[in-house]
Design a protein around this ligand. Structure first.
Ligand SMILES: Nc1ncnc2c1ncn2[C@@H]1O[C@H](COP(=O)(O)OP(=O)(O)OP(=O)(O)O)[C@@H](O)[C@H]1O
Ligand SMILES: O=P(O)(O)OC[C@H]1O[C@H](OP(=O)(O)OP(=O)(O)O)[C@H](O)[C@@H]1O
Length: 211
């Protein structure tokens, strides 16, 4: 099939991919290939294919039109700055929240700049800047919960779902920044060029999400 007639959807591998599969099945769009190894996978529909990529890369692929659509967490969109993309639908999967957490009993030292470890430096900067507080941000790529335990930071900004990871590491949530779910995003040019098929997919996704 001519690529102009194929809709490419970038899927966030990991947790979101797992939670996306039932939605895709409901639309008759099961991946038709080994999603653990292949990076580009056909679907059961001849005119839809998937890219299986790191969640943080999904907005970039969709923004540049390498993918027409994508499924990605609101956390990643907030960090990336999602203005270049359409975000037409909340898929209501991979539900969690972005929070500030600190060691149980932590009391800030007055006059000392707060050190915050996070995978989300932009969100963190905006969060503290909104109330006029300057903080020192330490960028990490995972296991944020470790940072306060070994004195790398005072607090962390990370995702919380059940709270079990915080509890296991002696941390408590001290502030909620906002709720997070996965979103369907669409490239702006694709929305015009492939309008009929993308519109149809959006309607089907929406009906499935609403149940
Ligand atoms: N505990 C959780 N409960 C629900 N959703 C979550 C949870 N943790 C993360 N998510 C959502 O899933 C997305 C991907 O998380 P996942 O842990 O699969 O990838 P990752 O290992 O953080 O990604 P990367 O490999 O790019 O570092 C997050 O961006 C967020 O939207
Ligand atoms: O509140 P909980 O239910 O414990 O979930 C929160 C944890 O989930 C995420 O990590 P994940 O399990 O994806 O591990 P990773 O970030 O190391 O990939 C997040 O970064 C927290 O560590």
């Amino acid at each position: 099939m001519n690529s102009a007639n194929v809709v490419t959807i970038a899927l966030s591998k990991g947790r979101i991919l797992e939670e996306s599969l039932p939605l895709l099945s409901a639309l008759g769009l099961e991946p038709a290939g080994d999603i653990d190894r292949l990076l580009r996978v056909p679907s059961k529909a001849a005119d839809v294919q998937f890219l299986i990529i790191r969640p943080t890369d999904v907005p970039t692929y969709v923004e540049y039109g390498a993918a027409d659509m994508g499924i990605v967490g609101k956390d990643i969109l907030m960090e990336h700055g999602g203005a270049a993309l359409y975000e037409p639908l909340d898929l209501n999967i991979a539900r969690c929240r972005l929070s500030v957490a600190a060691p149980k009993g932590y009391v800030p030292t007055p006059g000392k700049r707060l050190r915050v470890a996070t995978k989300y430096p932009e969100i963190t900067k905006r969060h503290y800047a909104a109330r006029g507080e300057q903080v020192e941000i330490i960028k990490l790529y995972g296991s944020m919960e470790l940072a306060p335990l070994v004195g790398l930071s005072d607090v962390i900004v990370d995702l919380v779902a059940t709270g079990k990871t915080l509890l296991a590491n002696g941390l408590v949530e001290i502030e909620q920044i906002g709720p997070v779910t996965s979103r369907l995003v669409v490239n702006k040019a694709s929305m015009k060029m492939k309008h009929a098929r993308i519109r149809e997919l959006l309607v089907q996704f929406e009906a499935t999400v609403r149940g």
